[in-house]
Design a protein around this ligand. Structure first.
Ligand code: HEM
Length: 117
């Protein structure tokens, strides 16, 4: 069970890596667009995060305020990505700069909360 939990945590981190990596790639290429890859990474973080939010194996202590804050950040991120993707489809242009930077800052903040708290 401990090994399974470790594997799910690994996948959870891969989800973050995909979202943030896709964001860095867009920033580095100066495209400033939200992409499907960011959505997929976030979905992976959400599904694995929910699985990890259940207290297994028995006896494990979880930090629920921390999990709640990450969940809130993830919901805002999902909203921004949803709005960004829809806007890009509609207008054909990249998302507004503050929206693009908010996506990266929020993903980074969620990882910082996870690791530093
Ligand atoms: C973008 C959003 C998220 C990021 C970047 C993120 C990042 C991380 C990272 C780096 C870890 C490993 C470090 C640690 O164990 O503390 C982790 C663990 C964990 N995350 Fe997340 N997370 C996110 C969203 C979520 C969500 C939405 C949930 C739950 C609904 C969640 C629940 C958990 C749990 C339960 C653990 C394991 C903590 C433990 O077993 O001690 N995470 N997360």
């Amino acid at each position: 069970m401990e090994v399974l939990r470790s594997v799910v945590i690994l996948l959870h981190i891969v989800g973050f890596a995909v979202t943030f990596g896709a964001w860095v790639a867009e920033a580095a290429a100066a495209r400033l667009r939200t992409t499907r890859l960011m959505d997929y990474g976030l979905l992976l973080s959400l599904l694995t995060g929910l699985a990890l939010a259940a207290p297994w194996p028995a006896g494990i202590a979880l930090n629920y305020p921390k999990i709640g804050i990450k969940m809130a950040i993830l919901i805002v991120l999902g909203g921004l990505l949803g709005m960004g993707n829809a806007r890009q489809r509609r207008t054909g242009h990249a998302v507004p700069r503050p929206m693009f930077y908010a996506v990266g800052a929020l993903a980074f903040t969620a990882a910082a909360v996870a690791v530093v708290w």
